[in-house]
Unconditional design. Structure first.
Length: 212
């Protein structure tokens, strides 16, 4: 594998939605609670001290909001946003909650349920649609809360870079509507449009060309 390919692979595989970074640091239990979808515990810590809303863990700087977005926990995200959690705080990899929300994938359990239920009155299909809509709603919530849509991470990637890499035709229009810039280059010199061209995805490429 060439050096450029290795760099590109590192850029797009470095976000791990299932990362356990939040629950490795017991000194910030609200992060663990947000990661584990324990709204009761999150509420208890915020009630005890409002500053816990934007606390960052000592492992990689994740906030409770980032932790919740990693796992797609809508109730936790909604709760934190209503209490004015800072959507633009970055962790040590310079990523905001939006990076993780866009990169959120189906879990292994989700895929298993979809496969098992697909033959049963298309229940698996409707489950997949439901999960996709939840992810769309999560991203929309963050955009409405004022997250910086063009924030770049340590690899120079924006949320739009990752959405294009994942060929996510649902999220890309949302990001473009929020004025995501398809011409920002990451540290490998690729724009979001370049990614769409590389992956030979004409529908996304057309959307990006219209926006640029």
């Amino acid at each position: 594998m060439g050096m450029m390919a290795m760099l590109q692979r590192s850029c797009y595989s470095c976000i791990s939605p299932g990362s356990a970074s939040c629950n490795r640091n017991p000194s910030v239990p609200i992060c663990q609670a947000a990661y584990q979808n324990d709204l009761g515990q999150v509420w208890r810590w915020v009630k005890e001290d409002g500053n816990y809303i934007n606390v960052q863990d000592g492992f990689n700087g994740d906030t409770p909001l980032i932790c919740a977005c990693r796992r797609g926990h809508m109730r936790i995200v909604s709760f934190l946003l209503r209490r004015n959690a800072d959507v633009n705080l970055k962790n040590q990899k310079q990523r905001t909650c939006l990076h993780y929300a866009v990169k959120k994938r189906f879990t292994f359990f989700d895929y298993l349920l979809i496969i098992l239920l697909m033959p049963v009155l298309l229940i698996g299909y409707f489950l997949m649609v439901s999960k996709t809509k939840q992810n769309e709603a999560l991203v929309r919530m963050l955009l409405n809360a004022g997250v910086e849509v063009n924030a770049i991470d340590c690899y120079g990637c924006t949320a739009l870079h990752y959405a294009c890499e994942m060929k996510n035709q649902t999220l890309i229009p949302l990001l473009l509507e929020a004025h995501a810039n398809p011409m920002i280059k990451n540290k490998h010199g690729e724009t979001s449009l370049d990614i769409a061209q590389r992956l030979k995805f004409p529908q996304i490429e057309l959307m990006l060309r219209k926006a640029s």
